[in-house]
Write a protein that binds this ligand. Structure first.
Ligand SMILES: Nc1ncnc2c1ncn2[C@@H]1O[C@H](COP(=O)(O)OP(=O)(O)O)[C@@H](O)[C@H]1O
Ligand SMILES: [Mg+2]
Length: 259
């Protein structure tokens, strides 16, 4: 299997996790499988957003390996590592979930990040689609857990600051040596009054495949406030846009709707 890798990036609060969860729900709905969801944000919230129990993380593995090294275990390190990695890969209804977790310090960060990167490059071949909810901001781009992405979804609120951030992440993704098949902007939480000057603000980004507007969905906002998950019923207002985003991210042609 090829493992179509779709990564979600953008400023904190833009809606990366919600959009990842909504696309996952949509992929399940259309019968896409198997799917792997990866929470690569140290501030992990994808499990919570999906309403599943947060399990073990790649960051925990570091401690486990340390403990194993301290004991005189006869099991080879590689085998132990593979066993631990398999344990943190959680099976859920319709998808598997892998959580990076929060490493303790900068050095640990590189270690855990490297571990996730290596594991993912192997694991992606077991899945039809891999969705990666990335860390907020731009710094992570240089140490992105994936360097061969089919689609980079840049999620932004329709505000000048949100769109400026997206422009910078786009430019950074071009300057780094990343293999990115297509870049798509999801202008998220668009109010009924429209996305304002979002399209003009994003003008001149040559390799931008599409700009898709995802409406502000009161159900999604309400669920977050009430601590309810993005389940199969969530976000009916945003759904058509998520469908469009999913098609684009998978490289499928847009559906032409006739009146
Ligand atoms: N399309 C949407 N409509 C309404 N609220 C949304 C939408 N997308 C995200 N939100 C809300 O925005 C907030 C931040 O979303 P989240 O996905 O956690 O952002 P990020 O992962 O980028 O930090 C949450 O309260 C979430 O419910
Ligand atoms: Mg998030």
């Amino acid at each position: 299997m090829n493992g179509t890798m779709i990564a979600f990036s953008g400023k904190g609060g833009a809606g990366k996790t919600t959009t990842t969860a909504m696309m996952l729900r949509h992929l399940i709905r259309i019968g896409q499988k198997p799917i792997l969801a990866v929470d690569a944000d140290p501030n992990a919230t994808l499990a919570l957003t999906l309403g599943v129990e947060p399990g073990g993380t790649i960051a925990d593995l570091r401690d486990k390996m340390g403990e194993a090294a301290a004991s005189d275990s006869s099991v080879p390190k590689d085998r132990l590592m593979n066993q631990y990695l398999a344990e943190v890969l959680e099976e859920h209804d319709g998808f598997d979930l892998l959580t990076m977790g929060r490493p303790e310090g900068p050095k640990c960060y590189c270690y855990v990040n490297g571990l996730l990167r290596r594991y993912l490059s192997l694991l992606r071949h077991n899945y039809a689609v891999v969705l990666v909810d990335c860390e907020a901001g731009m710094e992570y781009m240089s140490r992105l857990v994936v360097d061969d992405i089919e689609t980079l979804v840049l999620v932004a609120e329709p505000s000048p600051i949100g769109l400026t951030t997206i422009r910078r992440i786009y430019e950074l993704s071009e300057s780094l040596n990343l293999k990115v098949g297509r870049r798509v902007v999801a202008v998220n939480k668009v109010p009924p009054t429209g996305a304002g000057a979002a399209r003009e603000k994003l003008a001149g980004l040559d390799k931008l495949e599409r700009i898709i507007e995802v409406p502000l969905d009161p159900d999604l906002a309400g669920r977050c406030t009430r601590g309810e998950p993005v389940d199969a019923q969530a976000g009916t207002v945003a759904r058509a846009a998520i469908d469009e985003l999913t098609r684009t991210a998978l490289g499928q042609a847009a559906v032409i709707t006739r009146n």
